[in-house]
Write a protein that binds this ligand. Structure first.
Ligand SMILES: Nc1ncnc2c1ncn2[C@@H]1O[C@H](COP(=O)(O)OP(=O)(O)OP(=O)(O)O)[C@@H](O)[C@H]1O
Length: 637
């Protein structure tokens, strides 16, 4: 149900006339949240034209009590209210905090509007519960437990129709509604971003309350992307010593597939692929370290585990002479080609040289780009990734270069800066650049040459400064030769090309498996059953590291407590079928195999001749069993 949209005035006028006659309009004419509220108000015997008393329905003593009860909320909300007011300043309105009974416990705003609001008792101490004030954003957001816009004539009482209000509930870390944050203004139309603003303000207050109450506890910060950790959108979860989720913010619940009612009920092990002991141990040994795991529905998550101040850290088991490993050296796990790529990347990471990453899909190009950014001088600035193959042609242009307000149908009203400008100061990562249409390649080339962006639909050119990393699974040189990629752009991008090897050609599969298992299921020491390890080594891994990571994540989710060996039963069924299917060699390999076979046949012939036709002797000299020798000779007939 869309609880936030308000209706066009014509439809509303008609609905309003019906309400004023004491009847409800048919469904679909007004916003469902407003229609339900009108129904509640009529049911409670309220009359649209009856004036309620301007005097406070809450006494001074009651207000003091309300403030005392929600002191914590008030304290955390004030800076956020100041911020919210600054965002809407000039719109001639006010920002309101109400408690869970709808009593206004704090308000600040424009002097003229405060005076008008006062006439309808929109001030500290007044209750804006629906029972007292009919349909209104504060009371209706509380009744619906969701953000609500109540605009002009949607207010139940005629005297409130000069208002436009947007409110969102504030939910405490334990899942109870603590109050409501609201922006109210004169009825010229709600602020275009009012819903986003009150929602964001609500989340800011909620996260502040979480930190204030659970800063001591074992906490998890969660996000679906590692870079999302530490941002306003991160999920927060606090655990009891027994591993029960005792507090969470809404993002945390959503990422774990849980609901408010699950707080205090569900144990973390039911929602995440990690065991409590592993979480506690990891938190002690690497407080603040990032680990990946999967949620109960299999989606992958990144976690930062914070042990809480009450837990005593164990002595660090790592020897003090262990070299410091950064994001780039983490990618060097023993394969010679990867080691060379890491070494070359490190040399250019601090220089203004554009990098081109080539390699099959899933070999880790994006991860490599992120690691180069993380060790370079721009590491404290953003890395902005654009996937050139994921967007239709007309959208990539807007996405990359930004657009002026109203540049095209469907554009955001206030325009967009574009990803290139967002990367200013940091790194721009252009993934799948080989899929960029030719016309856009020309525009991109101009930006790279002039270091200026002009948004779509006109506007002033803006200077931009960023490090550039591009990647493609298509060999770009061949694309240039085929006329599908501009040669001049290719040379601009290719300050240094690094080719990341496919997994089947890497010599460090075993190390990668161990690393991934340790990261997905810390401190269990999971390893592969020898049969599975052999099948992994023979498999061609068409999906490369992405496929390996997915398979191992799946296995970690299926491992039962007490088990430490990943066997066939822990692998996805379709993957087991692929593993057991004889691995088709690619054309190039077939030629090599045929050459090898011909060479070994000739060696066998020479040994048999040298042994005077004695096959046992020939097998001994060849270092193979007699049966194998028979099979090889018979196989040729
Ligand atoms: N060294 C590694 N250790 C663990 N996981 C890795 C490693 N390298 C890559 N991965 C995982 O493999 C997946 C694919 O990596 P990434 O997106 O960087 O590959 P890509 O080459 O950019 O793929 P595409 O060409 O499809 O965009 C990601 O889920 C990433 O987390």
């Amino acid at each position: 149900m869309d609880k936030v949209r308000s209706q066009p005035d014509s439809a509303l006028g008609h609905a309003r006339q019906m309400l004023d006659r004491g009847t409800l309009p048919p469904a679909g004419i007004v916003n469902p949240a407003v229609a339900q509220s009108w129904q509640r108000c009529l049911g409670a015997g309220l009359q649209p034209f009856s004036h309620y008393a301007g005097a406070d329905p809450v006494s001074g003593a009651c207000l003091a009590q309300a403030v005392e009860r929600r002191r914590d909320l008030l304290l955390r909300a004030r800076p956020v209210m100041d911020y919210l007011y600054a965002q809407t300043e000039g719109a001639g309105g006010m920002v309101i905090l109400a408690d869970d009974h709808g009593v206004v416990i704090d308000a600040l705003g424009d002097a003229d509007f405060l005076e008008r609001a006062d006439r309808v008792a929109l001030r500290a101490g007044a209750s804006w519960h629906e029972d007292h004030r009919g349909t209104n954003a504060i009371g209706t957001a509380l009744a619906e437990a969701a953000p609500v816009v109540v605009h002009g004539g949607e207010h139940f009482f005629e005297q409130n129709r000069f208002l436009s209000c947007t409110a969102a509930p504030v939910i405490g870390p334990e899942g109870d509604v603590l109050g409501v944050i609201d922006i109210s203004g004169p009825h010229r139309g709600p602020h275009p971003h009012s819903v986003a603003l009150v929602r964001t303000a609500g989340h800011m207050i909620e996260n502040q309350l979480f930190e204030a109450r659970y800063g001591d506890a074992l906490r998890l910060r969660l996000h679906s992307r590692a870079e999302g950790l530490g941002t306003l959108g991160e999920g927060l979860v606090a655990l009891s010593e027994a591993g029960r989720i005792v507090a969470a913010n809404r993002a945390g619940l959503a990422l774990l597939g849980l609901e408010l009612a699950d707080i205090g009920r569900v144990r973390i092990e039911e929602a995440l692929s990690l065991r409590l002991a592993a979480i506690q141990d990891y938190g002690r040994r690497r407080p603040g370290g990032v680990v990946s795991a999967s949620g109960a529905d299999g989606r992958s998550l990144f976690l930062r585990i914070e042990p809480g101040r009450r837990m005593v850290p164990r002595p660090n088991r790592a020897p003090s002479f262990e070299p410091v490993r950064d994001a780039l050296s983490e990618l060097d796990t023993g394969d010679e080609r990867m080691a060379r790529a890491v070494e070359r990347a490190r040399k250019v990471a601090s220089k203004p040289i554009p990098l081109l990453l080539q390699g099959e899909s899933g070999v880790g190009k994006e991860l490599f780009a992120t690691a180069i950014h993380a060790v370079g001088p721009r590491r404290n600035q953003p890395i902005v990734a654009v996937n050139c193959s994921a967007l239709p042609e007309h959208l990539i242009e807007a996405e990359l270069f930004g657009y002026a307000p109203g540049a095209f149908t469907g554009a955001r009203r206030d325009g967009s800066p574009g990803r290139i400008r967002e990367a200013h100061g940091g790194t721009l990562f252009l993934d799948e650049i080989g899929d960029m249409p030719l016309a856009l390649q020309t525009r991109l080339l101009r930006v790279l040459q002039e270091r200026q962006v002009v948004p779509l639909g006109g506007g002033k050119p803006t200077s931009v400064d960023f490090a550039l990393i591009a990647a493609s699974h298509r060999p770009l040189k061949a694309e240039v030769e085929a006329g599908r990629f501009r040669a001049d752009l290719y040379y601009r991008l290719n300050g240094l090309t690094l080719v990341l090897p496919p997994l089947r050609e890497r010599s460090d599969l075993a190390v990668l498996v161990t690393r991934m298992l340790d990261s997905f299921a810390p401190d269990i020491g999971l390893r592969l059953e020898p049969d599975v390890a052999a099948a992994f080594a023979a498999y061609r891994w068409p999906g490369n590291l992405r496929e390996l990571a997915n398979v191992l994540r799946f296995a970690c989710a299926l491992i039962d407590s007490g088990e430490d060996i990943v066997g066939w039963d822990h692998l996805p069924e379709d993957f087991v079928e692929d593993l057991r299917r004889p691995q088709a060699a690619p054309v190039g390999d077939e030629i090599a195999m045929a050459t090898l076979r011909a060479a070994s046949d000739s060696l066998i012939d020479r040994m048999v001749a040298a042994s005077g036709g004695n096959l046992s002797e020939a097998a001994r000299r060849l270092g193979i069993s007699r049966n194998t020798l028979y099979r090889r000779i018979n196989g040729r007939r």
